[in-house]
Design a protein around this ligand. Structure first.
Ligand code: ADP
Ligand code: MG
Ligand code: MG
Length: 873
């Protein structure tokens, strides 16, 4: 096998072998963009090296061969003091892992070539600056020394010469820095810094291979579900220099705004700087707009490069570039990471510009990312105590207690606390803290700083470059305008505007943007599944409708029993010793329930509303046994005989209703069988509401759903009961009250006898929360707190089955039930109302097995519409 390809020889589609960066360099070289020449060592070489623990046979020979080709192309030579070739050695995995692995710049410098470079360019200071950068990067990446140790020396030299900027270092300052760097290397590693450029190159290549396994790369891959066996390619590329004075620069930019999606370049640059300076957040860079004035010619060239890249790749790109004495070079391109909002806008804009099709625009959305569009925003009406204003680096609002280290953010975040990670800047080593924090605030760094990029990728709010915030890591405080904010103080950040506010600021529900609405309308034309919402209140139903739901798939009635005014009546109903007593209490509940149903049916007028009759065990409505016992003792001490009597009755009932396993206990249809008067009251409330709405000229579509059926006779009995009530109400109101009756399928037996159940049911709704519990024999809360984490970590289960539908087990039952149910009743309507109804992977399954609709919480409706369309494409 061949391990090495010159850029222009490589296949730009072959990201797997060339890595993303190498493929991009190959493609750009081919379409004639100004790319400094070089070659790529494939991921296969890396994998071979990792597997065998040694350099693959023939690899270095191939490298020297390609180096010779590069040298003759550029008429220079690695290690030649008169015409020194300098290269960068750059990692590049098949899937982009920004900043996770290592790169070495300016390789090939030693005392002789440094002087040679100085003579050649007539700029000795620049040559020395490059050399000290090289020692620092090589020392860090290849010789595993602490970056900060080099920084200390640099700071020390600057301080003793009374200068603040790197660019102010003189030649003799730099000579001092270089000498001290080299001493440090020798002291720490026990060997001299290598002067032989070929030795440098070989060491750097192997170090890049090794960086595939560095801890932060491993964490990043785990987080982003990137396989560990891809390996990284290595790009060896001739250097160009952004640090050759004020007509030189280095920068990064997006071809469109990655936060909002607005067209036009969006990025930052630094003059007289090299590589990492921009992303490192050390100097705060200038906005790319400023380049239009400072370097107008280069700016125009960049505009053209962006246009070419977008039309070539059909997507927004994120590029890295360097300007060497007014000549532009493109060093990297990749599809740009973007916020959910930008992803939608860019796809819709590009579809309208004719660059991509509408289907492509739909297919491109990541439903999990789009879900973030529905994140909460700062309430515009809220009074805020504004502390400072930084850069709006990653949108969304977040509140939490201030912490100053990634480790603390991780520990406390994982323990369930809301924390905001506050750092001068972040580095890839902070990533575990960012994951666990609600949001990130940095005092330095721009919109493309590490913190900003990582936060955007994760959908975490971030404010960066907030220079008014003066952080003292030692005291664990920050100061802003003379106010001191201590650790643990609650702050709120708004990554959409860059505001940093004191305290917990109220937030509001978001609205759909124009582009998002457009995209969803395209999606609606493509999808076959209907999307309903789970809604228990008229407000939820209205919200769901606004988000495009065309029905309520699950209206739970138990929450309606919990209200303050209702609970006493519900309790009286439960405590009733006789049927009459119970019916008295139910009569009192009737008008309340009728009002609830009236509101929901009205909010969803014209669309089906599936109302589930009472489901939870009755003891859930009674006070806690131990609390009642304590209250009883107090009443006895106070000699309050009426209260004693009442509490004794409550206790008796609570004890008699006590269950060892409520999940499998006296609930669902079992309640209806034992206390038919409860279901009869609920049915009456539903039909009376329906009658009232019909008389108003509205179009209520009622579906009555019986929960937890496992035996056909359960349903047939309840069906008769509901029919009887329906007839009675219709007679009283002198109006026909059409409705559908159906059941939830949420125990395995129901799925297995679905053919018979369908004789009594006009619809099925898969209650996949319970169906998952009963199929696995797990109680969800116990599973999630006790053993599921181990199961997931050990890969005994691939996904949490309560979040992603288990196709093999639960899904199999669903398939059986759909098939047998439809065999009995071909027009049987089938849907899903568990939490899976909002999960994109589960929605795809629902599409495949031919369900009619999915029902999910109102906030997941837009994403469900999108996921349903993606499933159909
Ligand atoms: P990362 O994957 O971390 O972005 P890169 O390999 O892209 O690492 O290198 C980081 C930066 O180093 C680049 O953005 C660029 O500014 C600089 N760089 C890399 N190679 C060269 C080169 N051949 N000439 C000039 N600068 C380079
Ligand atoms: Mg890069
Ligand atoms: Mg259930």
């Amino acid at each position: 096998t061949r391990y090495v390809f010159q850029f222009e020889e490589g296949n730009g589609q072959d990201r797997k072998r060339l890595g993303g960066k190498g493929a991009g360099l190959a493609e750009m070289s081919r379409i004639g963009l100004p790319v400094p020449p070089g070659f790529t060592i494939t991921t296969e070489a890396c994998n071979q090296y990792q597997a065998e623990g040694r350099v693959p046979d023939g690899l270095m020979a191939e490298v020297w061969d390609h180096l010779a080709r590069l040298e003759s192309k550029l008429r220079s030579k690695l290690g030649d003091p008169d015409r020194p070739l300098l290269v960068s050695v750059r990692s590049g995995a098949p899937i982009s892992m920004p900043g996770m692995m290592d790169t070495v710049l300016n390789l090939g410098l030693n005392p002789e070539t440094t002087e040679g470079l100085g003579r050649q360019t007539g700029n000795r200071r620049f040559a020395l600056d490059s050399y000290r950068r090289f020692i620092q990067m090589f020392g860090n990446v290849v010789m595993h020394m602490e970056h900060s140790e080099f920084e200390h020396i640099l700071e020390d030299v600057k301080a003793s010469s009374h200068i603040t900027l790197d660019t102010e270092l003189t030649e003799s300052n730099l000579e001092t820095v270089i000498a001290r760097y080299k001493d440090l290397v020798e002291k720490r590693t026990g060997r001299a810094f290598p002067d032989n450029p070929k030795e440098q190159l070989e060491m750097a290549i192997l170090a890049v291979f090794d960086s595939w396994r560095n801890p932060r790369a491993i964490v990043y891959r785990r987080l982003n579900k990137i396989p560990d066996d891809l390996g990284t390619a290595v790009n060896v590329q001739s250097m160009v220099f952004g640090n050759m004075g004020d007509t030189s620069a280095t920068g990064v930019l997006f071809t469109r705004n990655p936060n909002t999606g607005e067209p036009g370049m969006y990025g930052e640059y630094l003059t007289n700087a090299q590589g990492e300076d921009v992303v490192a957040g050390i100097r705060t860079p200038k906005s790319i707009d400023q380049m239009a004035e400072e370097m107008p010619k280069t700016y125009q060239e960049l505009v053209e490069v962006c246009r070419l890249l977008e039309t070539h790749y059909h997507d927004m790109q994120d590029i890295e570039f360097t300007v060497q004495q007014e000549t532009l070079y493109v060093l990297q391109t990749r599809s740009g990471k973007r916020t959910a909002r930008a992803a939608v806008k860019i796809a819709v804009d590009m579809a309208e510009e004719g660059v991509v099709t509408k289907e492509e625009a739909i297919r491109r959305q990541d439903p999990a990312q789009v879900q973030r569009l529905l994140y909460r925003q700062i309430d515009p009406e809220a009074a805020v105590d504004l502390l400072a204003q930084g850069l709006p680096a990653s949108p969304g609002a977040a509140s939490g207690k201030v912490v100053f280290t990634a480790d603390e953010a991780e520990a406390r975040g994982q323990a369930g606390e809301a924390v905001i990670l506050v750092r001068p800047e972040t580095t890839p080593d902070d990533i575990h803290g960012i994951v666990a924090a609600q949001g990130v605030l940095t005092s330095r760094g721009g919109m493309t700083s590490h913190a900003a990029i990582v936060a955007r990728g994760m959908g975490k709010p971030a404010v960066t470059g907030c220079e008014a915030v003066k952080i003292s890591l030692q005291d664990e405080t920050f100061q802003v305008d003379g106010r001191v904010i201590a650790k643990d103080t609650v702050v709120t950040i708004d990554g959409g505007t860059g505001r940093v506010m004191l305290g917990q600021v109220p937030t509001v529900e978001p609205e759909l943007s124009e582009e998002f609405t457009k995209l969803l309308n395209w999606a609606d034309k493509v999808r076959r599944l209907r999307v309903h919402a789970n809604a228990d209140t008229p407000e939820d139903a209205a919200k769901a409708r606004e988000f495009g739901a065309t029905g309520v798939g699950l209206c739970r009635t138990e929450h309606m029993f919990m209200g303050q005014d209702r609970l006493p009546v519900v309790q009286a109903m439960i405590l009733a010793e006789t049927l009459e007593e119970r019916e008295t209490a139910l009569k009192e509940l009737l008008p309340m329930q009728e009002g609830d149903f009236y509101g929901i049916l009205k909010a969803m007028d014209g669309y089906p509303v599936t109302i589930r009759l009472l489901d939870p065990p009755l003891h859930e409505f009674l006070p806690d046994i131990q609390d009642t016992e304590a209250a009883l003792r107090r009443a006895q001490e106070a000699d309050n005989s009426r209260e004693v009597e009442r509490l004794e009755a409550v206790l008796r009932r609570a004890r008699s209703l006590f269950e060892f396993n409520p999940m499998l206990g006296f609930r669902g249809v079992r309640l209806g069988i034992v206390y038919p008067e409860i279901y009869a009251m609920q049915a009456r409330a539903i039909f009376q509401a329906q009658a009232a709405l019909l008389k108003e000229g509205l179009h209520p579509e009622v579906e009555v759903m019986i929960p937890l059926v496992g035996i056909p006779a359960e349903l047939s009995r309840m069906k008769d009961l509901v029919a009887e009530v329906n007839q009675a109400v219709a007679d009283e109101a002198h109006v026909a009250l059409p409705y559908k009756i159906g059941t939830m399928i949420e125990v395995p037996r129901a799925a297995l006898v679905a053919g018979e159940i369908a004789e009594h049911a006009e619809f099925f709704s898969f209650g996949t929360n319970d169906l998952t519990q009963t199929t696995f024999g797990y109680s969800r809360d116990d599973a999630e707190s006790k053993f599921l984490p181990t199961y997931l970590a050990d890969k005994i289960l691939k996904e949490n089955p309560f979040m992603v539908l288990d196709r093999d087990g639960v899904g199999r039952l669903i398939q059986i039930a759909v098939q047998d149910g439809r065999t009995t009743r071909s027009e049987l309507k089938v849907g899903i109302c568990g939490e899976h109804g909002g999960d994109p992977a589960s929605i795809a399954f629902c599409h495949q097995v031919g369900l009619n609709y999915v029902s999910c919480s109102p906030f997941r409706v837009p994403v469900a519409r999108l996921a349903a369309a993606q499933a159909a494409l």
